[in-house]
Design a binder for this molecule. Structure first.
Ligand SMILES: [Zn+2]
Length: 97
């Protein structure tokens, strides 16, 4: 995959209402800082919200070959990397607690 967005910006706002994390699917709670990525791709605007730890792992995983937003869970399952899977499970527990 080598389709990059026309542009995107990354901000770290505090959640004024609850959001759903794009990567782990769990709630981003009110009052917590999350990662918001907004931009334009193929003429369409997009906006992804995710937990900071989820985004950190996303960048780590995406850094090797590039993956789409929202595909982290699938990507990790596909790779079958045990250490990576454990790290992901750990993050999901942390953000849910
Ligand atoms: Zn998350």
């Amino acid at each position: 995959m080598c389709d990059y967005p026309d542009f995107s910006t990354e901000t770290y706002p505090r959640a004024r209402k609850a959001h759903e994390c794009e990567e782990c699917g769990q709630e981003i709670r009110i009052g917590t800082t999350y990662v918001r990525i907004a931009g334009k791709f193929d003429g369409a605007m997009f906006c992804f919200k995710m937990h900071e730890p989820c985004y950190e792992l996303f960048q780590l995983v995406a850094g090797e070959s590039g993956i789409e937003y929202g595909c982290l869970d699938t990507e990790i399952k596909d790779r079958g990397d045990e250490a990576l899977s454990n790290e992901w499970e750990h993050i999901k527990r942390v953000v849910a607690s």
